[in-house]
Design a protein around this ligand. Structure first.
Ligand code: SAM
Length: 478
């Protein structure tokens, strides 16, 4: 059966928030003992053409990955790439979620990103049954979905595009006309507020992710947002419960005024599910990325910063000089977050930053200072503010100073195809023409002096590749 995903390509890409490192990290800080991602079994439901699963498998060579998707041509595309990359720890299959084999065994991490809101009811139910049956006892599942109330506004655009394309059956024509409608709405409206924000956000998504994205994510046959409480109920019917959001930043009440925070705290004292639902109402949330675990797991809330002491931390954030009121401006290019932090925060952030692109264990942060609880509290606040990242799996990459720097093979392969490249940090970036040529040469055969004759500003370019997380670790880092 040919699906719309077979007819119009949907190029999948890495999603850092789905990485087993992230899932394990959030489970650990909630008091659980998740399986070690380095040797885990990982399942990606509706994996598309492998943009997420393949780089994860390359980064965790001793873990085992299984990805499946209904669209056979999309899986064939992923399989060609898998073979080219020689990734023997990934299995890919064209498969309907409703026919998932009973004897497939258990998985420690199950990922369903961009799936639940975009499939019909029977496939949604099959997803729940799959997770219920195949999630290992201490495993973590990731389920994302379009969320109400924020996604209500997307219905308005979807309905307008449906009307504008009425009677058109050709999928490419429908795509072109629906983008035309979106651009018309974006340029015509004078109405400020949420509607304008939604339309502008859609235009930005089309411009960055390409037009194919529209036809699948907003204009496909299935588009069903949910309230948080509906998903929590469905999870409960299948022996699962809400563990956390996939983003520690998104769990903090950044989007409401400080005076409203006690309302959320009171709700949390009753039940975490109530707190989450009301926060969605208050912030008009449009998209959700939930982590779920089995109901019998002893989740400990709120997060005790002491539990951060078993983790590693990384950051690409830069701090600038102090302002008049003695705080320091900081910008994290990875998350886009800008903030101001006091001096005790800056010294910890700067120490973590010095190791970038590698992470440092908590024990290495000012190891001679005995008040570990105070350091853990600051680290927790920096993480909650998306200024640093926490890791259950140490993050290792080269810094661009080695004599024979090596761009990791996933990015070299993508660059050779003229695609955006995936980093070892499970992010994506675009190379300029010169960097793409340099990347092709960085397979370990060329030394810096060989390359210096061919490339201007070689040192800067190598440092940039290192800072992006595109280089393999040098032996001293491994
Ligand atoms: C919006 S895309 C998301 C792809 C990928 N997970 C990502 O986030 O980039 C949804 C994917 O689900 C797949 N899909 C739809 N129905 C399915 C089913 N019944 N069983 C398996 N995969 C299905 C589609 O073919 C498509 O690749």
């Amino acid at each position: 059966m040919s699906t719309e995903y077979d007819q119009i390509a949907y190029i999948s890409r890495p999603f850092r928030q789905t990485h087993p490192d992230r899932l394990a990290t959030l489970a650990i800080v909630h008091g659980l003992t998740p399986p070690n991602p380095a040797t885990a079994r990982v399942l990606d439901i509706g994996c598309g053409n492998g943009g997420n699963i393949l780089p994860m498998a390359a980064c965790l060579p001793d873990a085992h990955f299984f990805g499946f998707d209904l669209a056979a041509t999309v899986i064939a595309d992923a399989e060609v790439r898998r073979q080219r990359l020689g990734l023997n720890n990934v299995r890919l299959e064209a498969l309907d979620v409703m026919e998932f084999p009973e004897d497939a065994g258990q998985f420690d991490y199950i990922i369903a990103h961009g799936f639940y809101s975009w499939v019909p009811d029977p496939a949604r139910l099959a997803m729940w049954k799959l997770i219920e049956k195949h999630l290992s006892p201490h495993g973590v599942a990731y389920v994302s979905f379009n969320a109400y109330p924020g996604a209500m506004l997307r219905h308005a655009w979807r309905d307008a595009a449906a009307f504008h394309t009425r009677g058109i059956t050709d999928i490419n024509e429908r795509k072109a006309k629906s983008v035309e409608m979106l651009r018309m709405m974006a340029s015509a409206t004078k109405r400020a507020g949420p509607w304008e924000a939604v339309v502008q956000e859609m235009v930005k998504a089309v411009d960055t992710k390409g037009e194919n994205w529209v036809i699948h994510d907003d204009f496909g046959p299935f588009f069903q947002p949910y309230y948080f409480h509906q998903i929590a109920d469905s999870a409960g019917q299948h022996g699962l419960r809400y563990l956390s959001d996939a983003s520690y930043y998104d769990m903090q009440p950044h989007e409401i005024v400080p005076d409203a925070k006690p309302i959320l705290d009171q709700l949390a004292a009753q039940s975490i599910e109530l707190r989450e639902q009301y926060y969605d109402f208050l912030e008009l949330r449009a998209f959700r990325q939930l982590l779920l675990c089995r109901q019998d797991q002893p989740i400990a809330r709120p997060v005790d910063p002491a539990r951060l002491q078993s983790l590693e931390f990384s950051t690409a954030a830069n701090t600038a000089g102090s302002t008049a009121n003695g705080v320091f401006a900081v910008h994290n290019p990875l998350t886009g977050i800008q903030a101001e932090i006091p001096a005790p925060y800056k010294r910890i952030l700067d120490q973590i930053r010095a190791a970038w692109p590698n992470s440092v264990p908590f024990s290495a942060i000012f190891p001679s200072e005995t008040n570990r609880a105070a350091i853990a509290q600051i680290v927790d606040n920096l993480w909650g503010g998306a200024l640093i990242e926490a890791h259950a799996v140490p993050q290792r990459a080269g810094d661009g100073k080695a004599d024979r720097p090596v761009v990791w093979h996933i990015a070299r392969d993508e660059a050779a195809q003229g695609l955006p490249v995936t980093t070892r940090l499970h992010t994506q970036t675009q190379l300029d023409d010169v960097s793409a040529k340099l990347v092709a040469r960085l397979d370990g055969t060329a030394s810096r002096s060989d390359l210096a004759a061919e490339f201007e500003e070689l040192d800067e370019r190598l440092l940039w590749l290192g800072a992006m997380g595109l280089l393999d670790p040098t032996p001293s880092h491994s």
